[in-house]
Design a protein around this ligand. Sequence first.
Ligand code: SGN
Ligand code: CA
Length: 539
Amino acid sequence: MNKHFLPISAMLSAMAATAQERPLNIVYIMCDDHSYQTISAYGSTVNHTPNIDRLAERGVRFTNSFVANSLSGPSRACMLTGKHSHANGFTDNTKRFDGSQQTFPKLLRQAGYQTAMIGKWHLVSLPTGFDYWDILTGQGDYYNPTFIRSTDGDTDHAERLQRHGYSTNITTDLALDWLSRQRDPQKPFCLFIHHKAPHRTWMPDLQDLELFSDSTYELPSNFYDDYSGRRAAQEQRMTIARDMDLVYDLKMADRDSTIHSFDTTLEQWGRAMYTQRMDSAQQAAWDQHYQPIIEKFKSDNLQGDDLVRWKFQQYMRDYLRVIHSVDRNVGRVIDYLKDNGLLENTLIVYTSDQGFYMGEHGWFDKRFMYEESFRTPLIMSLPAAYGGKQGITSDAMVQNIDYAPTFLEAAGVAVPSDIQGESMLSEIKKMKASKKGSSRDRMNETTKAKTRALYYHYYEYPDEHRVNRHFGIRTKRYSLMRFYGDVNQWELYDLKRDPQNMHNIYGKLGTLSLTRKLKKQLLQLQELYDDPIRLTVDD
Ligand code: SGN
Ligand code: CA
């Protein structure tokens, strides 16, 4: 039969078959410290992120997405290896990643993928498993940042170079340049775009400085948390009131140095940060925005709670400006893929290395197994031809150790048995699976992901914000955590009644059998994952 006379349904299925045969590309966009509270697809009340929302409209938004260890380096190591921190060795930011170990980019590369890593890396050792890498040094700088690049993936060929401009724009420029000019178009690819933004000290792009200047933000309802019943929370050093610095964090680097930090080193760093890296034009634009704020701040001479409230507003404005630039750059990536015919065979992921406090408990930073920092935004947009569904929300319990097996399965690469995470692909293809499988299969698949308990272990203490070490288990309804080291304490939360982790009910009347059950499950997870640090059940 002449193909022009094929019925439309047959033509559509032929098109789908062709798309299925094209290997799937992966674009993995990860920010540093982006809170789900500041993404409109996640119900933000303070800003709009139309481009991140575009991804949610095209894919699956996970509402129960968590990390395994709420800190940058550890999170990245979990993501690369699909293993918890004790298993991949990168337990805190002082460690050095052992790049000789198995990672999913290496496995994809062996299977014929081209791999590239651009932006914040933060694993101390240089990247392995990539054909191209162009990484920010350390935490990276917002302005005129220094990169280390290897155009063939070989560390011996690495070169340092400083680039002019704003980090989020440059990282995106490099990613688009790699896509358009440097990759081999015959091969499928996996591209990491890792932004420094919106990490402390939340420095906006010059073009966004005037945004939100007139906005004021409501304090979270638990901003004045007194941390009663939670000793580790009493010990931390990450409050907006006490630990967020006027010069260093909030940019009140006045010319005559009358505004002081609570710490002289921090003040010196702050003053240097806002002068030394910028060129004269950048500096002038920066000063034009901040100097009047500095002058007003001085003349207002705020004290006590008025000062704390001012700090919160200033923090929010800068953070949201930085997010505005992230969102714009996510839009550039989506547009590029669309304009170049890549949207229909590319899995696009948007996430952060952990969540972040936007004043909840009076805090900035992360680390705790409390909700805002344990959770992380996660959106996965898989093209329809690969079974992806649009505009879906999944409440399955997922964690960043699950990304590696998900990407491997999506690429048709076998998942090694030592990977500890579980593929989320069936959640991403949920509707398709439910049409195909029997109702029993469907139940099993859904129940497992939905009722799964997650394991958490945080190690970095006392630096830098004095959050005690802790591990714990998170079921759909409860969080049980055990702080150890200087503070030895159990905490238990019923998240249905107490979603903000305000009331530690450990040891309270009526919680004994629940606690026993959760401790047993926690121990089972520690055994399953082979964590050498364990508790005894009656500990
Ligand atoms: C830096 C920050 C800390 C932050 C850590 C870890 N201080 O040390 O506030 O908690 O990074 O963040 S700063 O003075 O250097 O800004 S992480 O996301 O990279 O793990
Ligand atoms: Ca981070």
